[in-house]
Design a protein around this ligand. Structure first.
Ligand code: ZN
Length: 100
């Protein structure tokens, strides 16, 4: 089987509201590690193709880690081409209590 390359590119919030508006409301509420609620940095990324199989999530995680140093991401079932990540400014943790 051919290994299709997935391209991950960071996009702006304005772009997200154009292509996946529902994801804007999907926001990190609280850091699960330290409980911090302020200044959590949320970022959005566009994938060249929506992940269809479980293995593709592994690939995306690897690219996200290599390119941006991030590990966890969330997405909407309706549009898996746009993903979002969050990082706590206090402890660098990426696992959040999400509001959606
Ligand atoms: Zn934290």
């Amino acid at each position: 089987m051919k290994d299709k390359k997935i391209i991950v590119d960071e996009i702006s919030t304005a772009k997200v509201s154009e292509i996946s508006p529902g994801l804007i409301d999907f926001t990190p509420k609280k850091c699960l590690a330290c409980g911090n609620k302020s200044k959590i940095v949320q970022r959005f990324f566009l994938l060249s193709q929506a992940p269809k199989m479980e293995g593709e999530h592994k690939k995306i995680k690897r690219i996200l880690g290599e390119k941006y140093g991030l590990t966890y991401y969330g997405y909407l079932e309706g549009n898996k081409k746009v993903i979002t990540t969050a990082k706590c400014p206090e402890c660098d943790n990426e696992k959040m209590d999400w509001d959606y």
